[in-house]
Design a binder for this molecule. Sequence first.
Ligand SMILES: [Zn+2]
Length: 487
Amino acid sequence: MATSSLSILGTSSKPTSTPIHEPDLPNPSTALLLNKNGSPKSPHQKPTTTIIFISLLLITCIALSASIAFAFLFFSSSSQAPKIPLQSTIRPLQKLQQPVVILISSDGFRFGYQFKTQTPNIHRLISNGTEAEMGLIPVFPTLTFPNHYSIATGLYPAFHGIINNYFTDPITGERFSMQSKEPKWWLGQPLWETVVNHGFKAATYFWPGSEVNKGSWNCPSKYCRHYNGSVPFEERVDTVLGYFDLPSNEIPVFMTLYFEDPDHQGHAVGPDDPQITEAVARIDSMIGRLIQGLEKRGVFEDVTIIMVGDHGMVGTCDRKLIFLDDLAPWIEIPKNWVQSYSPLLAIRPPAGYSPSDVVAKMMEGLTSGKVEKGTNLRVFLKEDLPERLHYAASERIPPIIGLVEEGFKVEQTRSKKPECGGAHGYDNAFFSMRTIFIGHGPQFARGRKVPSFENVQIYNMITSILKIQGAPNNGSSSFANSILLPS
Ligand SMILES: [Zn+2]
């Protein structure tokens, strides 16, 4: 598998902001003694002892003031800089026999939501753990199933096979949907399979792909929940906590915990509605419930909690719409060519049509100035997409992919349906698509901030914490280890 070559990947904590730029003070020794402009203040031909004494006194005073100012600026900036981790190696386990990782997903938790309201529990994890300071970068397309499965496998969608929330296999004509559980769709090796392959227990309280039988993982009823969105969040948290009451050799070393919020609200009302604030507060209270339960059992400091989202959210108001029917003067795009519309436009023309001709005609129309909002959609042959999207190397990806500008949507026909709400699925370069990454536990430095990274790095991070050999993937082991404290 290709190794990610993100230029934005960093390998160390955010550099401490250096004690700012030097103040623009004139050099006192030259400013006082020399005056190039021949100012009337220094007309003396024969400086007396008194003048020399006063000058020296002034120089001393200015030098002292400058050093005090420097000291003040240095210490005040130091106190604002990210905390330097005090410990440099992994903290030993106090109670558990082996490392345990709880991987939590809060669906659609856009980066920045953590500041919508008081989130004391999330901030407790942040301040005592390691955070992607400017958020976690989802994979493209920034959709729920592709991203959750990238987090679980360390693979880009082209390699793990879940290239969209729904798609058609071009060879068999079979359709994948979010209810599809046949192993043939789900490629790669998800964490729960890696864990049980090593003889450990894994438990999933919902995660896309977790109900699929793969390798030695058969979704055992004791440890694997079948998706049911109506299960109260409290029950999910309490079930995960209950695993810590099992005999030590039965405690799963890897657990997932999934919450549908705030994605659910984000789609309905967009990212800026008070409903999002409420949903974020509720997620925070679930994190609080988990922390308290772990503390009660004396294992909070032993357990590794990794809290992430799958993608962000952006508002889709203001009629930012592009209609495929408007392209008819250049090329007709029938509905049955289109596998998905928005934000990921995916088109597979039938045999006999040249995809590159279709792209050329669509682009001619979109750039003609005659298609409403047309310049906000760019259509590519998949192999011509920017390489950073890693969205070509699978037969399942249709040959023609359209990228829309942030907040825009593609539809077939004009309609009167309401357009205001929120969406995701856009280019993962959009900041609004970013989500959160917080790691808290024995191998995460306290108070550390790291630069943004892609979620395919998480698989290696977890296998490293669990000290098991992971399957080949698109993440980099050296990057994952640079986020973790050495053992
Ligand atoms: Zn989602």
